[in-house]
Design a protein around this ligand. Structure first.
Ligand code: SAM
Ligand code: SF4
Length: 401
């Protein structure tokens, strides 16, 4: 290939570019951007929709987006699919069926791969959940947040606790794998209330729980009008208690906020944390796609209407950012993800996924190990318990100089 030359710094591949021995697993993410109501804490690319969701227009744009993306991933098997939002459960079962059929037509989607759909309990209907399952969805992730009506109201949720309970029953009837999302450190929450939420979540016997510390994100209603939330000591106590309760019920905390029964870890998210590839379709979706000698990122137009219009033009203008990751990006982004995992990753995975030698990270790794934040040695890249607790600090160690 023109321009290729042997690396002069011990790195495989082209000078200044990684050379990958094998391409990583490839996931597919589909963003559904609409919600019934925008929650005051949410900074996702989600947009309140008063009328009907424009399903036909969305599907048409999605097909155009997919068609234009296919050459970048041609023939590669898709290892997981995730419908995220926003609120994918606003879509009809027919729409989800149509999308999965499209993926089977355009992509190499092997049978039996994990296909997750995020659902808001306020939009749950038994018939629709069954329809999603018939279309191929085999995992439902429910945004429960809390089982306390007053807290749900304060969070601006469109459902109450009984609707959340009913949605869990519907999801469990439709699919074998159900995740419950809960948040803690909620406005005016006590340790007992936090425990009560987790204890109830544990009674349903789902294989997966996502237990998030509520964060006050910039540019949200909660950032503008901050509620009174537990102080650092109380929220740290909540984090410890939440983890203890889940672990004593047989869950492994395999990532900062993710807990799974044996064999129930979310394969889609694991692929992100292990620095796998992902093709993101839909408004604002991000992609990371590797080629033998470059690793690229893409971002799609954020606003639903712009994305639908631009994708339909079929000139690539719906992709508003494309760039190649450089050495510094790769080192930092790999660590940002891998260090979230309790067990970390094997050192060799860094070479496999970035095409770089671990030597490039050695000074930073040594420094983090000296501070007691990273386990020493190159065999595994893994945070110490202290590093995991202060993950931001550890991740900052790997920022470019
Ligand atoms: C896209 S939402 C899930 C599906 C659906 N939109 C819903 O809310 O029911 C993903 C999850 O992220 C969590 N989340 C969103 N904003 C958060 C924040 N500011 N702090 C902590 N967790 C947050 C919530 O638990 C939420 O269920
Ligand atoms: S329903 Fe989910 S995605 Fe929509 S605004 Fe609320 S938290 Fe965000």
């Amino acid at each position: 290939m023109p321009g290729e030359e042997a690396s002069n710094d011990g790195r495989p591949g082209v000078r200044g570019r990684p050379g990958l021995v094998a391409l990583p697993p490839l996931s597919l993410y589909v963003h559904v951007p609409w919600c019934v109501h925008k929650c005051p804490y949410c900074d996702f690319n989600s947009h309140e929709r008063t009328g009907e969701v424009p399903e036909a227009e969305y599907l048409k744009a999605l097909e155009a987006d997919l068609e234009q993306a296919v050459p970048d991933v041609w023939g590669r098997p898709i290892s997981t699919v995730f419908f995220g939002g926003g609120t994918p459960s606003l879509l009809s079962a027919e729409a989800v069926d149509r999308m999965i059929t499209l993926f089977r037509a355009y992509l190499n989607l092997p049978p039996g791969v994990e296909i997750t759909l995020e659902a808001n309990p306020g939009t749950a209907e038994a018939g629709r959940f069954q329809g999603y399952a018939q279309a191929g969805v085999n995992r439902i992730s429910l945004g429960i947040q809390s089982f306390d009506d007053a807290k749900l109201k304060r969070l601006g949720r469109i459902h109450d606790a009984d609707q959340a309970r009913a949605a869990i029953a519907m999801a469990q009837k439709a699919v074998d794998r159900v995740n419950l999302d809960l948040m803690f450190a909620l406005p005016n929450q006590t340790l007992e209330q936090c425990e009560g939420d987790v204890r109830e979540a544990l009674t349903y016997g789902t294989g997966h729980l996502s237990l998030y510390h509520l964060t006050l994100e910039p540019n949200t209603v909660f950032a503008k009008f901050p509620p009174r939330v537990p102080d650092d000591d109380l929220s740290a106590a909540m984090q410890d208690r939440v983890a203890e309760l889940a672990e004593s019920a047989g869950f492994e905390r395999y990532e900062v906020s993710a807990y799974a029964q044996p064999g129930q870890a979310c394969q889609h998210n694991l692929n992100y944390w292990q620095f796998g590839d992902y093709l993101g379709l839909g408004p604002g979706a991000h992609s990371k796609i590797s080629f033998q000698h470059r690793i690229t990122r893409q971002v799609r137009a954020r606003m639903p209407d712009s994305w639908m219009r631009l994708a339909g033009q079929r000139d690539g203008s719906h992709i508003v950012e494309r760039r190649e990751l450089n050495h510094d990006d790769l080192g930092f982004e790999f660590m940002l993800n891998a260090l979230r995992l309790k067990q970390g990753v094997e050192g060799g995975l860094f070479i496999e996924r970035t095409g770089l030698s671990l030597l490039s990270l050695l000074p930073k790794m040594r420094h983090a190990a000296e501070r007691g934040l990273l386990e020493p040695g190159l065999e595994r890249i893994c945070a110490t318990p202290q590093g995991w607790r202060f993950l931001n600090e550890l991740q900052m160690e790997f920022l470019a100089d």
